[in-house]
Structures are given as C-alpha cells and as structure tokens.
Design a protein. Structure first.
Length: 63
C-alpha cells in the first residue's frame, strides 16, 4: 500500500468507512463512533464451535 497514490488510499478509506457505517458498526463516516453490535445467536454459536475467539473479540469491541 505505501506505493499507492494518495487519492487511491483516500478512496479506499472512504469505501471502508461507508461499508462500516452501512453495516451499523460505526455511527457515521464523519464521527466514526463505534456502535453496539448485536450478533445473532447462531453466528456466535458457530464462531464458538470453531474456536474463533479472535473474531468474537473483534465483534465485541466497544468504545
């Protein structure tokens, strides 16, 4: 990524923040405040069954 143009990095950043906002992980692309995420029980069960502790910790991050 260091060799990417600044404009490319900015577009990628904007796309990532828009995706996070649309998915409900952040409250907006300007404030970037973390939102509480509610995981469906089957998703949690699946991740627990397959020892995906890192993924669960990432989902459970709070501000």
């Amino acid at each position: 990524m260091p060799q990417w143009n600044e404009s490319t990095r900015k577009r990628l950043q904007l796309s990532v923040f828009q995706t996070l906002a649309q998915a409900g992980y952040i409250d907006g692309t300007r404030t970037l405040g973390l939102q509480t995420v509610h995981l469906a029980r089957p998703v949690v069960a699946y991740l627990e069954d397959y020892d995906e502790e890192y993924v669960l910790r990432c989902f459970r991050v709070t501000a």
